[in-house]
Design a protein around this ligand. Sequence first.
Ligand code: BES
Ligand code: ZN
Length: 460
Amino acid sequence: MLKKTTLSILLAASLSVGATPAWAAPEANLPSDQAFDNKIVKRIKVDNIYNHIAKLSEKPRVAGTPGEDVAVEYIKSQFESYGYDTEVQPFEIYSYTTPSLIELEVDGITFEPAPLDFSYGVDGEVTAELVYAGKGAPSDFEGKDVQGKIALIERGDFSFAVKILNAANAGAAGVIIYNNATGVLNGTLGEPNDDYVPAVAITKDQGVALKERLDKGETIEATLKLEGAKTDRAISHNVVATKEATHKSTGEMILVGAHHDSVDGAPGANDDASGTATVLELARVFANAPTDTDIRFVTFGAEENGLLGSYEFVERMTEEDYERTVGMFQMDMVGSKGAGDLIMYTNDGEKNIVTDLGAAAGARLSKTGEATSYGMEGRSDHVPFAEIGLPAALFIHAPVEPWYHTPEDTLDKISKEKLKEVSNIVGAAVYQVARPDTPALENAKVAPKNVDYNFEEREL
Ligand code: BES
Ligand code: ZN
């Protein structure tokens, strides 16, 4: 991968704005603006997207499991059926099996509701006194006797893994972390580590009640038990279909992505079969479209494990790939009936060429006729691209649906209307650069002049 210093020089060079692009029309919504979109928009069939979601969401697609393999095969065969050269990029990840038994007993009474485990945590059984250790900073353990005891730690400030390692380092034999907000704490340690001690997550109310008793000087004895946790090596995959320019090539490349994996127990109809299905339908439509740029359609694996597929993809990009990539469009959760309106998120909260194009396409094609607004958020596969200095944005509906990451993320909650709007906007935005009659984008790194779009701080 390229070093950031090299990248920022490249980026600075690419940002020096040249001539005003031909597509920067003087006024919004000229019929001619809409006319070029039609080439793509009229061909997008929302039923195709819906049917892909139906297929993909039959079962969870957890990275590194047979569920992912089935999805990868499906995506690959679809790309191939549209005539694409398709590459599958395998990469190693850790897979994790949730313990069959997770138990916490306080004063001999079983804790209800039961605590949760942390992904990549370890098994074990510990009976010991509880010691309150703040947020689990090294200083929180100073002057405290936690040797062989169970540390009670509040969520916040550090990762769960760091808290557990700090506790283990101070001699604790177990850890209980309580939430700092309402709701359950379903956390991950990111990766396995031999130095972890057994740890569970409890709710804020449960944790605060224990802390208050400790503050009063009470001694609390607890038993913490985890059985059947298992971390293994597994293989996840990215699927990459490349369309080469059909006309005299500008040499540029556009990336259109989504993640095909889901979380454990969730069919992931919206997260992110919706984005994956939209990538497939755009790939089908673009297969026969005239373009003077290359387009790479990518579905990423192991996004839910920490954006691993997109980091892998970026790692594999050559310097040439990097230099000719003009933008990355990520679609994640683009079809839920239970979510808000479309927004584009960048990792740094700044506009870029992708949001410029998305906003302009929104002004032409959104249901309100308004330019799509933008905001600042990471949490999806646009992040690794942004981190190496490429313009990238996440297209998502916000606020997100309440059943995000649950077994309720099912097909019946998918809105064809939302799918249609997002596929139109992203398809048209991509085509604005890719169609043969536009100037090369290095001369066009400016927003279409007529499109004003706003930063929005919207609840997720
Ligand atoms: N689809 C979500 C991203 C998301 C959810 C963005 C809600 C904004 C609001 C994505 O699949 C996801 O769950 N990402 C993880 C982070 C990732 C680095 C593991 C998350 O947000 O917890
Ligand atoms: Zn997602």
